[in-house]
Design a protein around this ligand. Structure first.
Ligand SMILES: CC(C)(COP(=O)(O)OP(=O)(O)OC[C@H]1O[C@@H](n2cnc3c(N)ncnc32)[C@H](O)[C@@H]1OP(=O)(O)O)[C@@H](O)C(=O)NCCC(=O)NCCS
Length: 258
């Protein structure tokens, strides 16, 4: 915005942002409008319009015994890291179940460690249940897997024919991993091995596959096959890491009309 001009045509000096302007008895506002300072029974309170506490209200610092101390607090606030109000300290301390460990900076600009982030729920690996269809399909959409047989009725039928082999890894309400095994009496098959990107390289897919392999072995299965799409280098690397080797064969298929 261009600087305002005086009547004489010379540019006006921009207002000093740090200077306090008296608005009424016991109330001042900083030149840039960021801070308002009000006298209360306990001293001077500084309200900061650019920072809010956890309740979304302007951050308040103080009380300060003198107006000069309030000014010093504003200077610290302008320079320092994002200060947090004593109200925020109290909320954090209550959440942590302990007294706040806040270290107070001079002139009321309190700095504290943020409250601890809640731990994510643990991953649980379990068998497929009715109701798992939507979170599983969300996982498969996320990894780019979708094929015939992903509907609820087909999943239920697969789970019933192959007890203990349709595995879902859940974290809270989200499906973060899947693997589906099937035994046709001659070969075992494993389909839809997938893990959410955030959960990768922590052994989750291995755990799912090994669990299905153990189940297939217990049924007398001598060989297990998987299908890896052309171009899926990560998928191929995963299966090779687990001891699978590529067969010199091509896969053919035909959809049957239902
Ligand atoms: C492939 C996929 C299932 C692996 O899941 P994951 O949970 O990361 O697998 P794991 O942590 O059990 O990995 C076991 C080993 O496989 C190998 N591996 C896994 N992902 C790999 C990758 N992207 N590149 C190279 N090697 C990989 C590694 O040797 C790994 O061991 P390490 O982490 O100690 O090095 C996962 O990346 C995914 O869902 N991809 C998209 C879907 C897909 O392609 N599925 C398989 C196709 S059939």
């Amino acid at each position: 915005m261009p600087a305002r001009s005086t009547k004489a045509g010379t540019p006006a000096t921009p207002p000093d942002p740090t200077k306090l302007k008296r608005e009424s008895a016991g109330r001042y506002v900083s030149g840039d409008g960021r801070f308002s300072v009000e006298q209360s029974s306990g001293g001077w309170m500084v309200s900061d319009a650019e920072q809010s506490n956890e309740l979304g209200l302007p951050l308040v610092r103080g009380p300060f015994a003198t107006l000069d101390e309030a000014r010093a607090a504003m200077t610290v606030a302008r320079r320092g890291p994002a200060p947090i109000s004593s109200l925020t300290d109290r909320i954090a301390a209550r959440r942590a179940g302990a007294r706040s460990t806040a270290t107070r900076a001079p002139a009321g600009a309190a700095v504290t460690t943020p409250p601890p982030r809640p731990e994510p729920p643990p991953i649980v690996v379990r068998e497929y249940r009715s109701g798992d269809g939507p979170p599983l399909r969300a996982l498969w959409d996320a990894v780019g897997f979708r094929s015939l047989g992903d509907d609820d009725a087909s999943l239920r039928a697969l789970a019933q024919r192959n007890p203990g082999m349709l595995l879902v890894a859940v974290r809270g309400t989200q499906a973060v991993g899947s693997a589906m095994g099937g035994w046709d009496g001659r070969r075992g098959w494993i389909y839809h091995v997938a893990t959410m990107p955030d959960e990768r390289r922590s052994g989750l897919a291995t755990r799912l596959v090994r669990q299905i392999e153990a189940r297939l072995e217990a049924l007398g299965c001598k060989k297990v096959n998987v299908i890896v799409r052309d171009g899926n280098a990560d998928g191929a690397a995963f299966w090779e890491a687990l001891g699978y080797s590529q067969a010199p064969a091509r896969q053919f298929g035909r959809e049957l009309s239902g």
